[in-house]
Design a protein. Structure first.
Length: 89
């Protein structure tokens, strides 16, 4: 199934690889735009599960720390619901 392929544990990279620990230039930024876009595409496809986990962790942490974030998400949900109801007719 597609879900099993996307969330395959083998696609989760180790912290040493993800943070570039032990590499000479782990956070080197390319200056040539074509090389930069190529590197960004490669990193997104290689580290996508790591990025998803970091984003999920930060989202949950935000919900725990900031009650206003919960209120904002609730208001956004109600706004989406209103738009869906208005456009369905």
């Amino acid at each position: 199934m597609a879900k099993q392929k996307i969330f395959n544990r083998q696609n989760l990279r180790s912290p040493t690889v993800f943070f570039g620990i032990g590499e000479e230039q782990a956070f080197y930024v390319e200056k040539v735009p074509s090389l930069l876009t190529e590197r960004i595409k490669h990193n997104l496809s290689f580290f996508y599960l790591n990025y998803a986990m970091v984003t999920t962790f930060l989202f949950c942490l935000t919900l725990l720390i900031s009650p206003s974030a919960i209120i904002g998400i609730g208001l956004l949900g109600f706004a989406w619901l209103a738009v869906i109801r208005a456009t369905s007719e």
